[in-house]
Design a protein around this ligand. Structure first.
Ligand code: SF4
Ligand code: SF4
Ligand code: SF4
Ligand code: FES
Length: 886
């Protein structure tokens, strides 16, 4: 359709035909006051403040819901319009309490601002405030609906952006207000406390519960959430160098736009707990005692140097953090490789499935990144396996829910549990734990038998299809039904949904930490190739990164087998390149993963371990074994922000800064590099981790100085091709595509991607002593081991217990009722939990949320490497469940 020409306030404007008058005006910098409009929400025309006048007809229209029409002549500020607006504001004010002076919204109240702009002082109407109860029992949100102007933004945010449906209009007429069903308190509703409604409320009707401060922050700083791999863009408000408020940035290019989750919105109060480390500590006479920075760093430098000299570089290891910045990870691995001459460097992303991600990276030659989350809303079909992003990466979960509910995109969820995503799906494949490989191969076999595969794509971009289809033709589908627990009809329905579609696959910890994770992703890549579903809008692979900078830590080489820019250590050319870059000889010996580091420490071969920003005593399997290994070390250096189980064991503790207390950049799950600034200063004498590492480089005698963040960013930009824009970037950029595969180069050149032969995994016989399968998973209130979120006063006040989910059938069999204590035991350890009976959970399965009770659930799983054939993985384990004695 042709563009439309119209006039607004005498200015000629050309715009697309379905544009609203409001949008056309705003695009042309003509301001129209609004209260119910938000660019991320569907317009509803509730407040009538955006009235404009059609000069030709005299018609008064709400500009947010009226589309432009050809040759319209519009006035946005005629005396009539101003008069109407004043009356609307007067009516709202008559209904409003006179508590502006103590309202937490302060000068940011949009109602107050518009009243001032329109010169509404005395309202001249009989005041009729409609007082309703103040709701403030939950630790996150205060609802004072006497200040509600019924703009409906909260309800639309809840329905359209986060797709929860916790609140809706309640009652009619004068009594109408947004409320949870039956007006129950939020904490009893389905509210997830994402706070999105609060951020969008134009008045003080909804506010963040803040015990420390009421009013507008003095300073606002743009930063990136440091919890999960979505990398939400935040604005942190501070007063007196204390964070008093967090909101989404609302930036159009931000991955989260106007949304956040409960962690990103509310859990930052862990920053001010007494357990924050503010001073370097050095062990003296068995006790950790305060020390100067100079003494502490001298002790670290001397310790590392003498142990290396005495026992060789392989006796020293570095365990870094997928929560620290790119700049810090770069320096950390450089210190290991250049100053200590070891590749023994890893980061916490190991536990979030890096070995399996590395396998995908290898098969796609680096081509699995740069898939923006917004493209999901353009997908033809979405297939989620082993992931519940509504809990682990909630903002990614919002994308899925919107794609399904608002755009009608078919969604398949393959998960043994009925996750929160299942009600949004077209089909739930409730398969047996770790049978994803069988399921995916069976789906490929069904499609192959239907002759439904993308021949053009296969011919153009792949090789070895012949070998693969030979394997497919001999798949025993009856065996697959037995192994997966799915019947043939369900698998045929899944194949119906996939057939002829380009698929967006999303995988999470259920695959990345799984026993058969590698065969499962191998089968998934085969299916993706067969359906022509790699690379491009709305298709490809979404790999859920649990930790915020899991991708960046790997890109920076903070792993034992890759140099920066994801160049394999074993590649001689790559090594040579970095030898030239750093003017050193690099060790070709593969480094130790964190699991191997602990094993070598147990054997007494590893003598020194430098940990930055990780708490392995809480995050790794088998706490006692890890503790014994750390006890065996001659030197344990721990650089962290909080006093933890691990810092208590250290010989030297170096206090670092949290992400909100320093600048730098993170790389999210999409490969999006995002730079950010400090919102507040670190406590006491604590320093940003990059600064600590810079000082340590000097102590170790390195010729180059790292005295500013800019120096580090310049070096990364110069030497790491994927980050070549880092020195100029102060906003955000994208990683350049790194793959040499033909498909990702988008040219006729380059290597084709190979199909792998069909593999079926072995079915394990279960041990009768451990008849249940426990699935270990995330809950939205905590991240990872819960070291940080476990310190949040708000989350603690919410008094979550981390109950184990048991099916009602098993509950009856074991004589368990809701709230009973059970002992859950595996071959490796046992824990106590309260029970919650969960319908829709298959008998024989239990679910244990991680991070609760000091994350003691890690003691149930075996201390093994991830991504290795025949090893059990960290996701599930066989357990016994017994009612605990009182
Ligand atoms: S609570 Fe706030 S956002 Fe919700 S309808 Fe009232 S004023 Fe609007
Ligand atoms: S906090 Fe989030 S989930 Fe709860 S009502 Fe508001 S938008 Fe909905
Ligand atoms: S989704 Fe992840 S990055 Fe976004 S606010 Fe929540 S924890 Fe932070
Ligand atoms: S902004 Fe148009 S009616 Fe509220």
């Amino acid at each position: 359709m042709e563009d439309i020409s119209l006039t607004i306030n005498g200015k000629n404007i050309i715009c697309a035909p379905d544009t609203s008058i409001l949008h056309a005006a705003l695009e042309n910098r003509i301001k129209i006051p609004t209260l119910c409009h938000h660019p991320d929400l569907e317009p509803v025309g509730a407040c009538r403040l955006c009235l404009v006048e059609d000069e030709k007809t005299g018609r008064i229209m709400a500009s947010c819901v009226t589309p432009v029409s050809p040759n319209m002549v519009v006035r946005t500020d005629s005396p009539t319009i101003r008069n109407h607006r004043r009356n609307i504001i007067r009516l709202m004010m008559a209904n409003h309490p006179e508590s502006c002076i103590v309202c937490s919204q302060g000068n940011r109240c949009e109602l107050r601002q518009i009243a001032a702009e329109l010169g509404v002082g005395q309202i001249g109407l009989y005041p009729m405030p409609h007082y309703t109860g103040l709701e403030e029992a939950n630790p996150f949100i205060i609802r004072d609906l006497s200040k509600c102007i019924l703009c409906g933004k909260c309800i639309r945010a809840d329905h359209e952006l986060v797709v929860v449906g916790a609140i809706d209009y309640h009652l009619r007429g004068f009594k109408s207000r947004p409320a949870a069903v039956h007006e129950m308190p939020l904490e009893k509703s389905s509210c997830t406390f994402c706070g999105t409604c609060v951020s969008l409320c134009p008045t003080g009707a909804l506010s963040l519960k803040n015990t420390r401060y009421v009013g507008s922050p003095e300073r606002e700083s743009a930063t990136i959430c440091g919890f999960c791999g979505v990398g939400c863009s935040l604005v942190m408000g501070s007063v007196d160098d204390q964070i008093v408020e967090v909101n989404p940035s609302h930036r159009e290019d931000a991955v989260n736009r106007s949304t956040l989750c409960v962690r990103g919105h509310f859990a930052h109060d862990f920053l001010t707990v007494p357990e924050r480390l503010g001073n370097p500590l050095v062990r003296d006479d068995g006790e950790l005692k305060p020390a100067t920075w100079d003494d502490a760093l001298e002790a670290v430098a001397n310790g590392l140097t003498s142990i290396k000299k005495k026992n060789g570089p392989q006796s020293v290891a570095f365990f870094g953090s997928s929560k620290c910045t790119n700049e810090e990870n770069y320096l950390f691995q450089k210190m290991a490789r250049v100053m200590v001459e070891t590749n023994n460097v890893d980061n916490g992303g190991y536990g979030s499935g890096r070995p399996i991600l590395a396998f995908i990276n290898d098969r796609l030659d680096g081509g699995c990144r740069v898939i923006p989350l917004p493209a999901l809303e353009k997908a033809e079909m979405i297939f989620v396996l082993g992931a519940d992003p509504t809990q682990s990466l909630p903002v990614a979960g919002y994308y899925l829910k919107r794609a399904s509910r608002m755009r009608g995109i078919p969604l398949i969820v393959a998960d043994p549990r009925k996750t929160e995503l299942v009600p949004f799906s077209s089909l739930w494949l409730s398969l047996a734990p770790h049978s994803d490989c069988e399921l995916l191969t069976a789906l490929a076999a069904i499609l192959y038998r239907r002759n439904s595969y993308d021949t053009d794509f296969i011919n153009q971009f792949t090789k070895d299809f012949d070998l693969y289809r030979e394997g497919l033709s001999s798949i025993d589908l009856e065996r697959v039904c037995r192994v997966t627990g799915l019947d043939m009809e369900v698998m045929e329905r899944a194949a119906d949904l996939i057939e002829g579609k380009k698929v967006a696959f999303m995988i999470g910890q259920g695959i990345l930490q799984q026993r058969h994770g590698i065969p499962a992703v191998d089968a998934l890549l085969n299916l993706a190739l067969m359906t022509g579903s790699l690379s491009g809008d709305g298709k490809g692979l979404y790999l859920l990164a649990k930790e915020n900078n899991q991708m960046g830590a790997w890109d920076m080489g903070s792993v034992p087998d890759f140099l920066p820019s994801r160049q394999p250590l074993l590649d001689e050319l790559a090594r040579k390149n970095w030898e030239e870059n750093w003017e050193v000889k690099l060790s070709p010996d593969p480094g130790l993963t964190i699991i191997r580091m602990i094993e070598e420490a147990e054997k007494g071969n590893l003598k020194a371990l430098y940990i930055m920003g990780e708490n392995p005593l809480r995050s790794l399997p088998q706490t006692d074994r890890v503790r014994n290994a750390l006890n065996n070390l001659e030197l344990l250096v721990v650089q962290d922000i909080l006093a933890t189980e691990t810092t208590f064991m250290a010989d030297i503790v170096l206090p670092g800064a949290a992400f909100s207390e320093k600048g730098g950049s993170f790389t999210n799950m999409e490969g999006r590099v995002q730079s950010f600034e400090a919102a507040v200063c670190p406590p006491g004498d604590a320093k940003p981790d990059w600064e600590i590492l810079g000082l340590l480089f000097a102590k170790l005698g390195y010729s180059k100085t790292y005295s500013s963040l800019d120096e580090i960013r310049a070096e990364i930009a110069e030497l790491v091709p994927l980050y070549s824009k880092l020195d100029k970037d102060r906003g955000e950029s994208w990683i350049n595509e790194s793959s040499n595969l033909r498909l990702f180069r988008r040219t006729g050149e380059g290597e084709p991607i190979h199909f792998s032969p069909v593999i079926m995994t072995e079915t394990e016989s279960s041990d009768k002593n451990y008849p249940f399968t426990a699935i270990l998973g995330s809950w939205r209130y905590h991240l990872g081991s819960g070291t940080r979120t476990g310190h949040s006063a708000r989350l603690k006040d919410f008094a979550l217990k981390g109950e184990v989910e048991v099916s009602p059938e098993d509950g009856e069999r074991l004589d368990l009722k809701q709230g009973d204590q059970v002992r859950i035991s595996s071959m490796h350890g046992s824990i106590l939990r309260e029970v919650i009976l969960k319908k829709d959970l298959s008998p024989g399965l239990i679910f244990i949320p991680m991070a609760f009770h000091n994350n003691d659930a890690v003691n149930l799983i075996d201390f093994t490497e991830l991504g290795q054939a025949d090893l059990p993985g960290w996701k599930e384990c066989d357990v016994r469940v017994e009612k605990a004695e009182d």
